[in-house]
Design a protein around this ligand. Sequence first.
Ligand SMILES: [Ca+2]
Ligand SMILES: [Ca+2]
Length: 175
Amino acid sequence: MASNVKERERLNERFAFWDNNGDGTIDRSDFEAEAREIMRNLGEDDTTPRGRAVFDAYTQMWDYLASKAGKSSLNADEFAAVAEAEIISQGDAGFSRVLRPTIRAIVDLLDNDGDGRVSPDEFKRWLDAVGVSTNTQSIFQSIDTNGNGYLTVDELMAAVRDYHLGRSDVPLLGR
Ligand SMILES: [Ca+2]
Ligand SMILES: [Ca+2]
C-alpha cells in the first residue's frame, strides 16, 4: 500500500534526523541532544521547569521505545519496527501514548500567556525552532481544525500523527 511506503519514508527521515552523528544507530543521547537543540532554539534551557519537562518527555519517549525493543540502541530497521508496532499500527492510542507527553511539554514551553493553547505568535517560535520558515500562516490554519485561531494539544497531536502517516507534509518535530 502506498501509505505504508510513505509511513516508512517518514520513519526513515525521523531516524536520520535523530542519528546526529550519522553512525547508523540512535540511542538515548540522540534524544537528549534533540531536546536540548529545541530548547536552545526556543531560548530555553533544561534547568527551568518547563525546559526540564521537554527534556524528560523526549527521553521518556526514547526509554519507552527502547524498552519495547529490548535494546539500548536501534538501527533504522529496528527503529522502524518498534515505531510501527508501538505507534503507527495502534493508531491514535499509540500516537497519544508515545507522543502526547512531548507535545504537551512543548505546548507548555510555548504558551507564554498561560492560556493552555498556542497562538499564531507562539506557534511561530516552534516553527522557527524546527526550521520551518515558509507558509507559516497556512500551516497554522491547516492544524487549527476547529478554526478558532488557537492550537490545542489535540490539534497538534493530530498534526504530528498525520505527518507520520503521510497525510500531511508539515514536519512539526523537525526533519
Ligand atoms: Ca497561549
Ligand atoms: Ca483550534
